[in-house]
Design a binder for this molecule. Structure first.
Ligand SMILES: [Zn+2]
Length: 461
C-alpha cells in the first residue's frame, strides 16, 4: 500500500539527468498525505467498480439486453461517493437505460472552473478464461496491481479523481472555482452524443477539462494535450465470381481476361499495396513533435472476400478491407479523405478492371483530433503538478506528449473547452488480457490531480 510521495524510478521514468524544474509552489503536504490516508478506500471503490460488468452495449458482438444497466450502476456508485463529498448530483440520460452522472462541487467563487471527465463503459474482454483470476470482473490484487476489466481503461482514472477530491476535502481546503466530475457512458463506441457531448449540451461546461484516461506514454502519468484524428474506413472492390477452374483463362496472357472472371480478393490486394505506398510517404510527410516517429499510418485491420459463400472453389465476387487511419493534428479530415481517395484512384487507374469498377469508399466515422496548446495554462498547471509529485521530466525530453489513442477530449474541445488527457493506468494493458493498474500509479495520479485542481481552481482563504 502506498505511503510516501513516489521518488523517480530511473527505470520507469528514464535515465537521463533531470532538467532543472521550474519554480513550483510548495506542495500542500496536508493534501498529499490525505491522498495516502484515503488510498485504501479508493482501491476498495475501484474493486467495486471493476466487479460490475459495464460493457458498452453497442460494442461489436455484444447483446444489449445482456449488459444494459452496468454503466448506470457504475455511474450511480461514483455519484454516491461524490455526493458524500458534498457534490450536487445531476443525471443526464439521452438513453434512459444509460445514465451519465455529473457531480458539481461548488467553489467559493472567483476561481476558474474545471471538468474532470472519464467513462465507465468498457470494451468486451476476449478469452476471459486466460485472465489471471479466470474472470475479468473478479478484481484481484497482486504485486501492487489491481487486475480486472476496466481497471486501467478507465475506472482507475475516475477513482483517482474521487481520491484527489476526497483528499482536498479531508485537508480542509476550500476551492475558489467549481469542479465538475463527468462520469459518462458510451466512450468505447464513440457514442459521445449519449455521453460526453450530451452532458455538455445539458449545460455542464467549464473553463477547462482533464480527461483522466491512462496517459502512460512515454512515461507513466504523462501530460497529453494532443491526440491524432482517426477514420474508420471501409473500401469495397467488386469482382466477377466464377468457378476457380477459370482462373487460367481469366489471368494468363492470351486468355479471355475479365470476361472469364475477376477475383475481387486480388483486386483488393492492389488497394492494400497502394495504401502501403501512401503510408510510407506519410512517414516522410506527416509528423508532429509530440508523436512518436511514424505514428501516422493506415492500418488494414479487417479483410473479407468471397463469392457469397465461404468456399475456395470460386473467384471472389466482392472484397472489403477495413482501415483505421491515424492522421496528425493540423491536417483537416477532409484533406486526409481526399488524399486517400486520390491515391487509391491513381492506383486503380493502372488496372483495367479497377479503372472500370473503381473501389468504393465507406467513411464510417471520424474521431476528430484533440489539440490543446502545450503552453495553455491548464497544461502548464498539470506539468508543474506532475513535477511536484514525480520530479522533473528527464533533461532533453518533452514535457507534454501525444496520447496514442483517441478520447472524449476531442468532443470537449469541439465545444470550445481546452482539454488535456492525464490519468493513471497503462495503455499497453487496455483492451488486453489481464488488464491492470498499478496502485502506486493510481495514488500518484490522484496527487498530481489534487495539486492541479488546487492550482487551477484556486484556494479560498
Ligand atoms: Zn478509455
Amino acid at each position: 500500500m502506498p505511503s510516501q510521495t513516489h521518488p523517480i524510478d530511473p527505470v520507469r521514468y528514464g535515465t537521463e539527468p533531470a532538467a532543472p524544474a521550474r519554480p513550483i509552489a510548495a506542495a500542500p503536504s496536508a493534501v498529499l498525505s490525505a491522498v495516502d490516508a484515503h488510498a485504501e478506500a479508493a482501491i476498495a471503490l475501484l474493486s467495486d467498480l471493476v466487479a460490475i460488468n459495464s460493457i458498452n452495449p453497442l460494442f461489436p458482438g455484444i447483446d444489449r439486453a445482456a449488459v444494459i444497466g452496468g454503466e448506470t450502476r457504475c455511474t450511480d456508485l461514483l455519484g454516491e461517493r461524490l455526493a458524500a463529498l458534498g457534490a450536487e448530483i445531476h443525471r443526464v440520460a439521452p438513453d434512459p437505460e444509460r445514465t451519465n452522472v455529473v457531480a458539481v462541487l461548488k467553489g467559493a467563487g472567483g476561481g476558474r472552473s474545471l471538468i474532470l471527465n472519464g467513462h465507465l463503459d468498457t470494451v468486451a474482454p476476449f478469452t476471459p478464461e486466460r485472465w489471471i483470476s479466470g474472470d475479468p470482473w473478479k478484481p484481484t490484487l497482486k504485486d501492487g496491481r489491481l487486475y480486472g476489466l476496466g481497471s486501467t481503461d478507465m475506472k482507475g482514472g475516475l477513482v483517482s479523481v474521487v481520491l484527489a477530491l476526497q483528499a482536498i476535502r479531508a485537508a480542509g481546503v476550500r476551492l475558489k472555482g467549481d469542479v465538475q466530475v463527468h462520469a459518462v457512458v458510451g466512450e468505447e463506441t464513440m457514442s459521445h452524443e449519449l455521453g460526453t457531448s450530451a452532458v455538455l449540451e445539458a449545460g455542464f461546461t467549464a473553463d477547462a477539462a482533464i480527461v483522466v484516461e491512462p496517459s502512460s506514454q512515454p512515461f507513466p502519468l504523462s501530460v497529453a494535450p494532443v491526440s491524432a484524428g482517426n477514420f474508420n474506413l471501409e473500401i469495397t472492390v467488386r469482382g466477377r465470381a466464377t468457378h476457380a477452374g477459370n482462373r487460367g483463362a481469366a489471368i494468363r496472357p492470351g486468355g479471355e481476361g475479365a470476361s472469364a472472371g475477376v477475383n475481387a480478393v486480388e483486386k483488393a490486394i492492389l488497394v492494400v499495396q497502394a495504401l502501403q505506398t501512401l503510408e510510407e510517404e506519410w512517414g516522410q510527410t506527416k509528423s508532429h513533435p509530440a508523436f512518436p516517429t511514424g505514428f501516422f499510418s493506415l492500418v488494414p485491420g479487417v479483410f473479407h472476400g468471397d463469392a457469397g459463400v465461404p468456399s475456395v472453389g470460386y473467384m471472389a465476387d466482392k472484397a472489403t478491407v477495413g482501415y483505421l487511419v491515424w492522421y496528425p493534428p493540423g491536417d483537416t479530415a477532409d484533406a486526409v479523405k481526399a488524399e486517400i481517395e486520390r491515391h487509391v484512384g491513381h492506383a486503380a487507374a493502372l488496372d483495367p478492371w479497377l479503372r472500370e469498377n473503381p473501389p468504393m469508399f465507406d467513411w464510417k466515422s471520424n474521431w476528430p483530433v484533440a489539440d490543446t496548446a502545450e503552453d495553455h495554462p491548464l497544461v502548464r498547471t498539470l506539468v508543474d503538478a506532475r513535477a511536484a509529485v514525480l520530479g522533473p521530466i528527464p533533461r532533453g525530453r518533452r514535457e507534454t506528449w501525444s496520447l496514442n489513442a483517441v478520447t472524449d477530449a476531442s468532443f470537449l474541445e469541439a465545444k470550445g473547452i481546452p482539454t488535456t488527457v492525464f490519468g493513471p493506468g497503462n495503455l499497453r494493458f487496455a483492451h488486453a488480457v489481464d488488464e491492470h493498474i498499478e496502485i502506486q500509479d493510481l495514488v500518484n495520479g490522484a496527487k498530481v490531480l489534487a495539486l492541479a485542481i488546487l492550482g487551477w481552481c484556486g484556494v479560498a482563504d
